[in-house]
Design a protein around this ligand. Sequence first.
Ligand code: 13P
Length: 251
Amino acid sequence: MNLPYIVGNWKMNGLRATLAEARAIDRAAARYPKVEMALAPPATLISRMREVVQTIDVGGQDCHVAENGAYTGDISAAMLKDAGAEFAIVGHSERRQSYGESDETVRAKATSALDAGLSVIVCVGETEAQRDAGEALNIVTAQVAASVPQGDDIAPRLSLAYEPVWAIGTGRVPSVDDVEAMHRAIRETLVAAYGKPGKDVRILYGGSVKPDNAAELLSADEVGGALVGGASLTAESFIGIVEAVSPAEAE
Ligand code: 13P
């Protein structure tokens, strides 16, 4: 049985001074042995963060499909690994939208991350127009089927993150019923892709997760954790989410 996995995506936020928040999160993590925590800072902070935290995982927010080469400004999975990362997020909707990343590209990035020895979190999610048109389930399950890496023995190093685009940074969240319906559909797609091991892939929910809605969202069937944006930037709100999911144990 997987422990809940609470992952903070700092996006393009964080300077050296912000590492104090990561340190505080890491110190607090000792009181939450029933939760796994991770932070994905900007690439500039990965190695520094890795040096100052012990308990939590550190990861990258994206990687290039190639291992190295003439790709100015890009960062490969091997470089993330070399900087101390344990995982990479790929296919975030902000990358799909701003950089036109297709499912095919996301799959190639995920494969490259696994090849470099990282775990991977593959993000999927529908737009508001797609949800309004009643297409959310079809769109998202198609994204999952086309974005997850192929092959054997992948499932243990894979997590999915369902992030409805309209819920990111907006304070709006889907109903628990809608989250459950989506996570069940994603589970079916993962089992179709990987067979039995697909049952153990964590499926995270992301989009406006806060301390006051985390307990409800994470109690939903098939929700194995959260991918948190804004509320991961301070230890107070990040640990507030963790506490809502699984209260601290006495030291
Ligand atoms: P917010 O928690 O700020 O809505 O961001 C969610 C997200 O995109 C995490 O990857």
